[in-house]
Structures are given as structure tokens and as C-alpha cells.
Design a protein around this ligand. Structure first.
Ligand code: SF4
Length: 245
């Protein structure tokens, strides 16, 4: 295990050498094992309909899972298909969206539905560039749609993923000095195990949301603790210091 820790701690901030294959495989095995035991049962994990997954991802931008769940169900009862949403009146869509906030999101969602209908025959494209060309879909959301709706090996980086990968592979001090997400995207892509994009991305998000949390990471019982560069972590202090809360 000492070899694992040494490989990880060689990583710097400016140039981020990627973890070697032993560390990568160990991290993958542990995270997927953790996910099998602790995964959350969320409604958008019980569908493979790309439109339903799109709705969940747009709602989850800026909004907590607990608030999204009832609204996701209500929204899909009202607009069960992409076509129904595309043809709806924008004011009605906005009313259904209330009170999730960030009202640019229902506008974007309906815009995506209309563009999909007009340009792609009503089927959301399974291509990263085509998705990112639509307003409201950034790099993260495109990766989430590609992996969750189409089972592709597309990486994601959001606040949770950044925190988890940063803590494990950089350590909390160097994570605090990291600027921008470019290197984090490279790291996330390098760690993704081939053919497992769906489970992998769900696992990363669940681990960040429920275990390696901003203020109360569960370090003493963590499967990563033997090679995590931040172990043991005072989550409350580091969450505040690095704006990761
Ligand atoms: S040991 Fe602590 S900081 Fe490291 S991954 Fe586990 S919970 Fe997160």
C-alpha cells in the first residue's frame, strides 16, 4: 500500500502526471465496490429514455436531489415526451417548473426539445459536439447525457467529482491551489474504466454527495483511506477553506 500512496503523492498542481495503472485500477475497484453497496435509488436511474434523463440533468443543475425528485415526476406527468414539451406553451412550462428557480433552465429545456424535434427527428443526439451546441448543455451535462442515456464512456466533472478526485489524488492543500478544471477533466477521463461509463459516473457522484462530502467526509471508514492524499481530513475546515461546500 506504501507504493500506492507514493504514486499518488507524486502528482503536482501545475503538471498533473496521471496516476499509474496500479493506482487507477485500485481506485476503480474500490469505488465500484462502494457503489454496489451504497448506491442511491433515484427515479432517473430507472429509465433509459434520453428525454427523461435530459430533464433530470437540467433540473439537477443548481438544485439538490431531494428537491428535484418530486418535480421531476410532476414534470414528466405533464410532459411525458420530448414532443409534448416542444409543443407546449412556454408560460405553462415555466409554471410547471416553479418553484425550482433559475428560470432560464425551463427555457433551455424547451429549446433543446424543439431543436431536437426540428433537427434530429425527435431523438436526442448521442454526440458530444451536437449536444454541446445546444443552449443549456455544457461539458458536464453532455457527459452526463452521453453516459446515462447512451451508455457511453464520457467523463464528467462537477463539484462532487472535483472534490473527490482532488482530495484523493491531489490532497486538500494542492486542491485549494488548483485553478480551473482543465486538469480535472484530464484526470476524470484517465480514471474512467472502459465500458463502465454509466456506473462509474453515478458512483463518483454518489460518493461525493453522500460519503466524501464537503463538511463531513467519512474518512475513518472510507475504502480510499489507505491511499487518499487527504486522509484524514477535517472536512468542516477544508470545505470552508476551498469553497467546496
Ligand atoms: S479518506 Fe476521507 S477525504 Fe479521502 S476519499 Fe475517503 S472520505 Fe474522502
Amino acid at each position: 500500500m506504501r507504493a500506492l500512496r507514493q504514486s499518488v503523492t507524486m502528482i503536482g498542481v501545475r503538471h498533473l502526471p496521471l496516476p499509474d495503472v496500479t493506482v487507477r485500477k485500485s481506485f476503480q475497484r474500490r469505488l465500484l465496490g462502494w457503489y454496489r453497496r451504497h448506491r442511491r435509488d433515484l427515479p432517473w436511474r430507472n429509465t433509459d429514455d434520453p428525454y427523461h434523463i435530459l430533464v433530470s440533468e437540467i433540473m439537477l443543475q443548481q438544485t439538490q436531489v431531494e428537491r428535484v425528485i418530486p418535480k421531476y415526476r410532476e414534470f414528466l406527468r405533464r410532459y411525458p415526451t420530448l414532443e409534448r414539451l416542444a409543443r407546449a406553451r412556454p408560460a405553462a412550462v415555466r409554471r410547471t417548473w416553479y418553484p425550482l428557480g433559475y428560470n432560464i433552465r425551463p427555457r433551455h429545456l424547451q429549446g433543446i426539445a424543439r431543436e431536437t424535434l426540428a433537427r434530429y427527428g425527435g431523438r436526442l443526439p448521442d454526440d458530444g459536439d451536437a449536444l454541446r451546441a445546444m443552449r443549456g448543455i455544457g461539458r458536464y451535462t453532455a457527459g452526463a447525457i452521453l453516459s446515462f442515456a447512451f451508455g457511453k464512456d464520457a467523463a464528467i466533472v462537477d463539484t462532487n467529482v472535483r472534490r473527490v478526485l482532488g482530495r484523493v489524488f491531489l490532497g486538500s492543500r494542492r486542491l485549494g491551489r488548483l485553478r480551473g478544471d482543465r486538469q480535472m477533466w484530464t484526470l476524470s477521463e484517465a480514471l474512467l474504466p472502459g465500458g463502465k461509463g454509466y456506473d462509474w459516473n453515478q458512483a463518483l457522484m454518489d460518493f461525493g454527495a453522500t460519503w466524501c462530502t464537503p463538511r463531513a467526509p467519512r474518512c475513518p471508514r472510507c475504502t480510499m483511506k489507505t491511499f487518499c492524499a487527504s486522509y484524514p481530513l477535517d472536512g468542516a475546515r477544508n470545505g470552508r477553506q476551498h469553497g467546496l461546500a
